[in-house]
Ligand binder design. Structure first.
Ligand SMILES: [Zn+2]
Length: 196
């Protein structure tokens, strides 16, 4: 029996993965974006969208693609992907983003704080936080370079499976932003660690 754990709506969790273990991230209800950041166990290497774009030669990642660290080591390979579209361009939503873009003056749950707190619990210094893989989040790049949000394509129960290529500390957040979730209130995500 594989234990399934919840990433609470608008919340975050941290976990460690040994090399070879697989992380399955599930969208139980469909249509919910999430953020994933990965660090080496010692915190010295960080997930890098730029290196991943370099070595993959593209900005959209899916089954068969590798995610690289800022020191040019393989971190994760996408083994399976039922959705096919994820964003690797946008930084994690933050209190500043909600203030600058949306005029939110009070507290607002955000992925930057969720991911940072989860990493600190693992003993990892999250600063500066790398650009997350925004799982299930659909962003189209228009011909003139504009970024256009589309609703997440994930249906209820859809998942992405990633294999650790080194020992990793990982943080996950269920994104509270309405913009990347088609205006819907935040919903939980879930994950499993597959060990065999
Ligand atoms: Zn977010």
């Amino acid at each position: 029996m594989i234990e399934q754990r919840v990433i609470p709506a608008a919340g975050g969790v941290g976990l460690r993965l040994r090399r070879g273990e697989r992380l399955r991230i599930i969208d139980p209800q469909g249509g919910q974006s999430g953020d994933l950041v990965a660090f080496s166990q010692d915190g010295r290497e960080r997930l890098s969208n730029g290196r991943t774009f370099d070595y993959g030669g593209k900005i959209y990642v899916s089954t068969g693609d590798m995610l690289w660290s800022d020191r040019s080591h393989p971190m994760l390979t996408i083994l399976d992907d039922q959705v096919g579209r994820h964003d690797f361009l946008y930084s994690a939503c933050s209190a500043e983003m909600y203030r600058i873009q949306y005029g939110v003056t009070g507290d607002h749950a955000n992925c930057n704080d969720n991911l940072s707190a989860a990493l600190r619990e693992l003993g990892i210094d999250p600063e500066p936080l790398p650009t997350p893989l925004n799982v299930f989040m659909r962003v189209d790049v228009a011909a003139d370079g504009r970024l256009v949000f589309a609703p997440p394509q994930s249906r209820a129960g859809d998942a992405i499976v990633l294999r650790a290529e080194m020992d990793l500390a990982i943080a996950l957040s269920s994104c509270p932003a309405s913009t990347c979730n088609d205006g819907a209130p935040p919903m939980p995500l879930a994950f499993e660690i597959l060990v065999d």
